[in-house]
Design a protein around this ligand. Sequence first.
Ligand code: TEU
Ligand code: CA
Length: 593
Amino acid sequence: MAPFINDAVTSREAAVQENLSSYDRTWWKNGTVYQIYPSSFKDSNGDGIGDLPGIISRLDYIKSLGVDIIWLCPMYESPHVDNGYDVANYEGIHAPYGTLADMDALIQGCHEHGMRIIIDLVINHTSDQHQWFKESRSSRDHPKREWYIWKPARYTACGHREPPNNWRSYFGGSAWQWDETTQEYYLHLFAPEQPDLNWESEECRAAVYKSAMEFWLNKGVDGFRIDTVNMYSKTPGLPDAPVIDSTSEWQSAVVHHCNGPRMHEYLQEMNNKVLSRYDCMTVGELPSTPDQAKVLQYVSAREKQLNMVFQFDVVDIGQGRDQKYDTDPLAWTLPDFKKALLQSQRLISGTDGWTTAFLENHDQARSISRFGSNDDKYRSTSRKMLAIMLSALSGTLFIYQGQEIGMINMPGDWGIEEYKDVESSSYYRSVAERANGDQTVLSRALTAIQHLARDHARLPMQWDDSPNAGFTTGTPWMRTHDACKHINARSALADKSSLLHFWKRLLSLRKGHAEFMIHGNFEVYDMENLKTFTFTKVSASRTALIALNFSAEPQPWSKPLAIEGRLDMLVSNIQSPEESVLAPWEGRLYLVR
Ligand code: TEU
Ligand code: CA
């Protein structure tokens, strides 16, 4: 069923909007961001790994989507234990991706296409191959010793050596690694190959500002996505974490390493010493912060820290509270989803803060597989419904590579060997070590991985229906999805009714109606409805009403009583919708007259 966008209304509305100069036209508020995971985007030299020249070759395609900013995941020199989130040299490029000259060409190419580019700032930790860490671990007296977090062992009564506390790393096991040379442990919240930097050291912070930030701002990048932006300040003394799971030796220490006592001081210093000197954008990754007042402390303009953050309320849906994969990934409800969205959407109502709208990134499974329909009959309709919802949300909109063509999770019959990511592979290994061959335990772990693994976002971008989806002429580092036969950019560009063209129209609509699409206040109606999602976006002069059916059955629907006025259909994902019934996976956007 062809999508429906009422051109007559939209162009008339756009003209009206132009005269409404009431909304804030800051570029990083009104721009849409397109996130690129370099390993999986486009391989230009046939080695099976995406690279910078490959991205440059696709700038016309990216621009044609109607996006304004590119977010490039880490491209730095790295051993790639965590696919680049383990930086060995902030001022160097990962050799398989290309050279510094290629990076200069990409920055220039973006600007020539009228787009901006932000890069990933990974400064909670470095790689253990970074020169700073090599020096720090060389001796207890080295001047850089204090640039990382070193602690002596604890010993039990019978003399058994133990780590300094019970903190668990995000990738499983203890968050401490023993170093034979200097007979101490060092902290790593993530992999052992990702030692945490010690932000208490003013010298270390100054080196980060210079090498990881100024070096790139002076090369012309337009800002940063800041990795784990609330983890740099830990509880003094690094005390044991409260025991949440008595069956586990190691405990989640979120309470001691997220939103710590000096966190805002560090970010204000970073803003004062670096960011405030450039016209740049910052978006921080803010896990484990459900308290709105705390979130606002990071993004309120008067706090002079960050422009905006990614909150995890929506993307954590279906995940285990303490351990991501210890969960039934389908045990979530539509009210859970609505309440999670409310967390980030209401952040801007009556505040001087800003927010983000996203469903996918390189750490998340594909949104259609998680929140849409996996039934071929409804997949197309459901992904357009999700696109209508996302395009109507306030804040800066982020789209992840392949989301615009409706890429989906790996097939359920692919084995664990296809999951390359350190997070999923280390989790499965830890389960297998404890399972003693119990197939029930193993298949439960694999089911959770098949629903939630970060790997799903890292399959090669599907450019066409040729072998390896036009991503590489060689052997891709990750297996290409068989669905590339019918889900690929080339066929989407050729089909005017495709999701790709629908996204282009929605992005244009969002720009033309920014006052309520990007800046409007978000309000949910019928919150507890398990099948439909109805919300409004209200600005000074306009109200939009969005009605979505998250089910495969027709659902009765009526305009909320509190909303007065005539409904003017602006967008629908099906032809000739029936006013009082939402068809399966139908999405509608009305203007309220
Ligand atoms: O992610 C930080 C983080 O919190 C994630 O580990 C998240 O909890 C997990 O991915 C949910 O599945 C950032 C990067 O986005 C991630 O790719 C890195 O692995 C991590 O930091 C370490 O740099
Ligand atoms: Ca390559």
